[in-house]
Design a binder for this molecule. Sequence first.
Ligand SMILES: *[C@@H]1O[C@H](CO)[C@@H](O)[C@H](O)[C@H]1NC(C)=O
Length: 156
Amino acid sequence: MKTAILLITLAVLVADQVCEGVKFGPICCGRTENTILHCADEACRNYKTIRNTGNGFDKGMDILCCDGATVKAPIDVTIKNVSRPYGNGNAIDNGLLLEGEGLCFNLFYIKPIKVSGTAKKGEIIGSMLPMQTVHPGIPTHLHVLMCDKSDPTQYV
Ligand SMILES: *[C@@H]1O[C@H](CO)[C@@H](O)[C@H](O)[C@H]1NC(C)=O
């Protein structure tokens, strides 16, 4: 009996290590919290309502932003590299690959200030690219894509 309880406790402890409690700070546009876009349009989506657009980065989440706005590190991060959502060089084809607090994720559609080193939560890491010039009319947003394509809802 004691062994069973011990094993269950261990299992719970291990399961809890999935970056329990990591919470993104506000990322964009001087907002005090992150606003997730929940709507049917495929340019404006969250992880659960995503349609398979076949573009290879359809699993992710959109966070409301403003063209040209400063973008802050959501958590303490190491900046691993630039990361391009399309690879076609259009005006919003830029982003960062970030790691920190056990998470690995991309932030797309931003112009980075730096592409290596570290940034503290809340530190400015870039600015929002001009999404309105590429997709006029849709809400300007950042795209969060976890490296393992998992659902980022619990962190955002
Ligand atoms: C960084 O990203 C660029 C562009 O996507 C890529 O060519 C390069 O191999 C990457 N560097 C590393 C160290 O992964």
